[in-house]
Structure formats: structure tokens, C-alpha cells
Design a protein around this ligand. Sequence first.
Ligand code: ARG
Length: 296
Amino acid sequence: MGQQLGWGRRYLMVRPDHFRIDYVINPYMSTQDQPDPELTMRQWNSLRLAIIDAGGEVEVLEQRPDSPDMVYAMNLGLATAPTEDASGGRAMLSHMRFEPRRKESLTAAGWFTGHGFELDRTGGDGVGPHFESGDAFVFGDSLVVGYGPRTEEDALKHLAAGWNIRVRGLRITHEGMYHLDLPFCPIDSTHALVYPPALDPASQAELFGIVPDPIVLTDEEAFAFSGNSLVVNETVIMPACSTRLHDILTGLGLRVVVLDLSEFHKGGGSARCLTNPLDFDLAAASVVGGEVVLPG
Ligand code: ARG
């Protein structure tokens, strides 16, 4: 049995006042299928309240009218908790792959610095490697980073050297699983939900090396966004949960809360995508000079 995760108690969410599908950058999006604004707000609030109910904290940022995808706050930046010596946390700002999402980073930068985070970035305005924080999780002895569809391999070097950490890369090859937060969800220190077909064969092997107790999702579970869940203390907040998964998770002593987040699935994101953890702890990944471990 694993230990509770050392992060996932404090989140940043973006209130979806301007959520719509203006462009198509993933296979779930269609400009013909627009979200209902009222239902969107109700679903978003249910997620915010579920996090608070589980003992978590939520900071809310207003959405830019010109950035419909900004509701997927998970991509605003990779943030670490303040350290014991009371210095602020750090944030690696995302450098979005697609131009229509890049203005989000302007507002995110202001929010992070305004809240005491020291800011870093892999690039900006298309110059320097792309990095989208929906691809990055602390797990075990490293920062695990998915690359390919969004984050570029060069961003891993930047993260490792800039922050003196061990980064383990996983190459994503499935077009429907463009961020690591779709096929990978840490549950506790040893368990994670995983969907191996999202990755190339060498990365699948690497994934099973990283996760001591993998809970392998079926195709149906993965495409219902079950991997896009979050754990707050002993509660798992999920957009969908099969009976099989429910049994496994409650068997680990967790409480499962299932929320309808259908409107956000129209943009290709769910519970995890809507929430940016602000309290990652990189201590276990720290290595002087940094280190990148690639699959194969
Ligand atoms: N429409 C958004 C995009 O394609 C969805 C982002 C989903 N967020 C996530 N963390 N996976 O960028």
C-alpha cells in the first residue's frame, strides 16, 4: 500500500466565463458542438466544491475573453510549493504548442509572480521548446514528463538543468492522448492509473518501471477521461468510473466522487485539465546538474 501523495491539496482553477470552441487542436474539439454556458458553470462549480469538500484549497483566476481554452488550467504552468525556509514556490510557465493558447501564459505569469512564485520558462512566442504543464507530474524519484504532441523533447533538458532535477520522459504517440494527464494519473506513492497504448513501446516499458503498482485502464475507461482525475487527500475526483475501477480504488481505501463534466469534454479536457496543482514537491527528484532519462 502506497503513501498519500505529497501534493494535490492546493489548486488553481480558471472560472469558465468565456469557454467555447473557436478552433480545433485535438480530436475531441468541433466548432459545431459548443458548450452550454450555464451547464458549464454548474459543472465547474461542482468540481471546485468537490475539491474543497475533500479538504483541498482552490484559487480562482478569471478567464481572458480571448482565450477559450484557458479553463484547462492544468496547462498554465508547473508549480512547486513554497519550501521550508519560507522562500516562495517556483513555476515553469507553459510555452504552448499552438498559438491561440499562448496569451493564456501572459495572465498566468502575472498570477504566479503575484502569488510569490519565482517564474521560469522554456521559451515564449514560438521561440524555444514548447512545454505544456499538463504533461508533467512528480512521481517517485523524478518529474515524469510526456513529450511529442505538445511538449518538445528539448524542454526536458531545460527542466532538468534549470531546476536540478531528474526528469523521466515518456513519448506520447496517440493523437487522442496529447497530454500525459490523459493516460497517467498518480493515485498514491506506488499506484497510478495508466493507459499504455498512449505511448510508444519503449515508453510503455519505462512507464511500468516508474509505477510500482499500475492500474491499467481499458480503452473505454481511458476515452471516458477516467485517467484525467485528481486525488485530494483520500478522495479521487473523476469524470467517469467503471465498477471495476471503483472496486480497485475503494479497495485502496479511497473515496470516489464522480462528476459530470460533459461540457469540458467538448474541448478535450476533464477534471485534471481544469485544475493546476500548486504544491508539487521536487525534493525526491533533486539531482545536482539535472538528469534526463529517455525511454529505450
Ligand atoms: N483544448 C485544450 C487543448 O487541446 C484541451 C486541454 C486539455 N488539458 C489537459 N491538461 N490535457 O489544449
